[in-house]
Design a protein around this ligand. Structure first.
Ligand code: SAM
Ligand code: SF4
Ligand code: SF4
Length: 373
């Protein structure tokens, strides 16, 4: 597989704001913009690099086998450290936090972290939108405690309704019924509006598009189809396996007429389509065929506390080292500001226009399971 990589700032480039440095500290004022005028509004936090699934497009078993070394517990950001960083990101303008992974529900006592994050307020005094993306396998057991902890919503990944196919895709023998039960439980406790994400791999699960649409139509759950992406370096991605979102919409429209809907906001990644009979909507996320870098307001905090500015980055900025060095709030806030202000990443747009610089074979891209989707 050929890997195409854009260079991003190296971890060593965390600005020096220690005493004596001439750089001016930045006081958070709820608004940061990067070099392409994109605001910092969303933070995705990966809380674990472990997962009980081995989805073929994310953690293929050949790579993530029993010899794969996951991060030791001491390498993970603690809940205190995550909260401390999240507070500073919120002071800089973040309004939405998504917990992800790996499988975030595998992080022990994740509810305690949610409780802490739910207490944060934007500079205008508003609570945050706190969401979580999960494979749903243990959601039925956790839905009530997640809701009680202050989680606003949940997104569940589900790639097929056909049980045999689903088991092949998660490659860990989990049944569709477990995930559907999790979705029901999330509904029942009010973790809504609920979204279901389906990654579409041409030739693998594209025959499931219409059955999935039929199943969730009229249920209040918004089904979103995600183009299979060339993220990471282990899934053997090939363009021929990408089914463009336009084809997904066309296939559904053959059975259930659709009409385009307005985006909820400028930064929305999904294009919305409504069923003409008024029974809800679907979304398509065209990460490959219709890049949305121009409105990308997302920062990503990896499991071990590195700040990534793009899903396709080759390196991140080591905020954990900064925290553990005893840096003050002002120093960390200034570092976050300088890093975001230097951001110019727009991998998908460059890929779309065939303008990616030559790949550096020594700079492997980070895996989705480490950086969070
Ligand atoms: N384990 C959780 C889950 O599966 O929902 C959260 C982490 S997972 C990395 C987040 C999302 O990324 C999931 O919806 C998953 O389907 C999606 N994803 C993973 N690899 C992908 C790829 N190569 N292309 C598109 N989406 C991908
Ligand atoms: Fe695990 Fe989610 Fe990746 Fe599947 S997509 S292997 S559930 S992290
Ligand atoms: Fe954002 Fe990078 Fe994805 Fe573009 S490629 S939308 S900059 S994460």
């Amino acid at each position: 597989m050929s890997r195409r990589i854009i260079p991003v700032t190296d971890v060593s480039a965390i600005p020096d704001f220690s005493a004596g440095s001439s750089a001016m500290p930045v006081t958070p004022r709820g608004l940061l913009t990067d070099r392409l005028s994109r605001e910092l509004r969303d933070l995705r936090i990966s809380v674990t690099d472990r997962c009980n699934f081995r989805c073929v497009y994310c953690m293929p078993r050949e790579v993530f086998d029993k010899n794969h070394e996951f991060l030791p517990h001491s390498a993970l950001l603690s809940f205190e450290e995550i909260e401390r960083l999240a507070r500073l990101f919120v002071a800089h303008g973040v309004e939405k936090i998504r917990l992800t992974g790996g499988e975030p529900l595998l992080r022990k006592n994740i509810e305690f972290l949610i409780e802490r994050l739910a207490l944060l307020r934007t500079p205008e005094g508003r609570p945050l939108d706190i969401t979580l993306t999960t494979n749903g396998s243990i959601l039925a057991r956790k839905a009530r405690s997640l809701k009680d902890a202050g989680l606003s919503r949940v997104t569940v990944s589900l790639d097929a309704l056909d049980d045999a196919l689903f088991r092949r895709m998660n490659d860990a023998d989990f049944a569709v019924a477990d995930v559907l039960e999790g979705i029901e439980a999330a509904h029942a406790v009010g973790l809504a509006p609920l979204k279901v994400n389906m990654v579409v791999k041409r030739g693998t699960n594209d025959a499931e598009i219409v059955p999935m649409a039929r199943h969730f139509k009229g249920s209040g759950t918004v089904l979103r189809f995600i183009e299979y992406m060339d993220v990471g370096a282990s899934n053997g991605w090939n363009m021929s396996e990408v089914l463009p979102s336009a084809d997904v919409v066309a296939r559904i429209a053959e059975h259930f007429p659709l009409r385009p809907l307005e985006a909820h906001n400028h930064a929305e990644t999904a294009q919305r389509w409504g069923y003409q009979d008024g029974s809800g909507e679907i979304g398509v996320i065209s990460s490959v065929t219709r890049a949305f870098c121009g409105s990308c307001t997302r920062a990503r905090l990896s499991t071990e506390g590195k700040l990534y500015l793009c899903l396709f980055a080759t390196s991140g900025h080591d905020l954990r080292a900064l925290i553990r060095s005893g840096a003050s709030e002002a120093t960390i806030a200034t570092a976050i500001a300088r890093i975001w202000e230097g951001r110019a990443d727009r991998y998908s747009e460059l890929r779309g226009s065939n303008a990616l610089p030559a790949a550096d074979p020594d700079a492997p891209r980070v895996e989705m399971s480490y950086i969070g989707g």
